[in-house]
Design a protein around this ligand. Structure first.
Ligand SMILES: Cc1cc2nc3c(=O)[nH]c(=O)nc-3n(C[C@H](O)[C@H](O)[C@H](O)COP(=O)(O)OP(=O)(O)OC[C@H]3O[C@@H](n4cnc5c(N)ncnc54)[C@H](O)[C@@H]3O)c2cc1C
Length: 399
């Protein structure tokens, strides 16, 4: 039996990006909301995001920048709560921001401002914040959810799963939402670490010797292609291009890298005519960092000056540089992944409200859902939009 003070209209599990947005919107709609997190502070991923400046949205937000078993699912929420809506909130709080590149909006100051803004929105909405408490048994009876939190049991007719995915467990991330969802009969699409650096096996030792080198490439995994920077690390490959393709990568699939994305067709044959005494290494050095040019030339095995090479050899070298293929040994896993692809299957959820069709009153939002954005502010935009959709629907149900 819950004490009267533990009776709410909605309980939101997870005070992260989506949970705070949902709680604020529902509370501002007039319902009593409890927002619970096992961490001592809300929004911990927001605090470490975007290098501490939080890339809070992307102006290019469109459904095709999200990975999901159902590519249509995110359309409704993303269409109703847009980057401009979040930006209007940011501006209302006087938070200075800038566009970095590719539509990515960052705080000029600190990600702390975004957490403070959401906390203030929750406070204005009279949301009860319960922090540092682990969540125990969750029961559903008589049309209400009963959630054991520490020594108390809170109850409400609406329960929101907003505990995110398992990426970065050391700051409290967990697969909790998947376990709860399964218990309520919802399917979970196999989760995998995403936006994560690749590791390389012994065959690619060449790359490991290049630790610290960065260059612009086009990286491909299956049909996905991203033209951004790649960074060689002591363990493998990182940088935006590699993180992006990692979300599409499956174990044992090859990754293909174009090291000369701006080069025109036949550029090496043209170099043979214009700079016949150049070597492959020096020709590559015109556009690539020195150490990388040296390593690639060595691996391709074209020694001597270009004038001494047959056109066939140079064509093959050019082809290899445009489609450098390798199979990563794996990824750095959840410990280093910015997000998780997969998650609670959208098939069981309403795309308008995020409510589970077979469990009325149960909502799932944010990264816990099988919707994953590209790198660049898309994941927060999904958290805001799905949180807003569920919060609005809960407010519309009323107290
Ligand atoms: C290093 C890093 C940088 C990132 N940078 C960006 C960026 O700049 N832009 C962008 O768009 N995305 C970025 N992301 C991704 C983004 O942070 C997430 O997609 C987003 O936070 C997901 O929101 P969410 O509310 O679903 O989950 P979260 O924000 O992860 O919130 C989940 C909350 O649930 C709580 N929780 C988890 N398990 C339990 C449990 N068992 N009991 C109680 N509480 C629990 C957690 O403590 C957490 O507070 C970054 C991620 C990382 C790791």
């Amino acid at each position: 039996m819950s004490a009267p003070s533990d009776i709410y209209d909605a309980i939101v599990l997870g005070a992260g990006a989506a949970g705070m947005m949902c709680a604020a919107v529902a509370g501002q709609g007039g319902v009593r909301v409890a927002l619970i997190d096992h961490g001592d502070t809300p929004g911990r991923k927001i605090l470490i995001s975007g290098g501490g400046r939080c890339n809070f949205t992307n102006l290019g937000t469109a459904p095709d920048r999200f990975i999901s078993s159902n590519p249509h699912f995110a359309k409704s929420a993303l269409g109703r709560y847009t980057p401009q809506d979040f930006l209007a909130l940011v501006e209302r709080y006087g938070i200075a921001w800038h566009e970095k590149t590719l539509g990515q909006l960052f705080c000029d100051g600190s990600a702390k401002q975004i957490v403070a803004m959401l906390a203030s929105e929750c406070e204005e909405a009279n949301v009860t914040l319960v922090l540092g408490q682990s969540i125990g048994a969750i029961e559903h009876r008589d049309g209400r959810f009963h959630v054991a939190v520490g020594a108390r049991t809170l109850s409400a007719p609406a329960l929101v799963l907003a505990t995110g995915g398992p990426s970065i467990p050391k700051i409290g991330a967990s697969g909790f939402a998947y376990d709860v969802a399964r218990r309520f009969g919802l399917a979970v699409v196999e989760p995998r670490p995403a936006l994560v650096p690749f590791t390389l096996g012994p065959d690619e030792a060449l790359f490991r010797s290049l630790s610290g080198v960065a260059t612009e490439v086009t990286a491909r995994a299956g049909k996905a292609a991203f033209r951004e920077a790649a960074l060689f690390t002591h363990r493998g490959l990182s940088g935006p291009a590699m993180l992006q393709v990692s979300s599409y990568w499956r174990h044992r699939d090859p990754i293909s890298v174009d090291f000369a994305p701006d080069a025109e067709d036949g550029w090496l044959l043209a170099a043979k005519r214009t700079r016949p005494r150049a070597t492959l290494r020096s020709a590559l050095g015109a556009t690539l960092p020195d150490r990388l040019a040296e390593a690639l030339a060595e691996r391709i095995g074209v020694a001597g000056i270009l004038a001494d090479q047959s056109d066939k050899v140079l064509k093959a070298a050019q082809e290899r540089l445009a489609r450098w293929s390798f199979v990563p040994s794996g990824t750095e896993g959840y410990a280093k992944a910015e997000v998780t692809v997969g998650g609670i299957a959208t098939a069981g959820l309403s795309s308008r409200t995020m409510e589970a069709a077979r469990v009325p009153g149960l909502y799932v939002i944010g990264e816990a859902v099988d919707v994953t954005g590209w790198l660049g502010g898309y994941n927060f935009q999904w958290a805001w939009a799905s949180g807003w959709a569920a919060g609005g629907a809960i407010a519309a149900r009323g107290a």
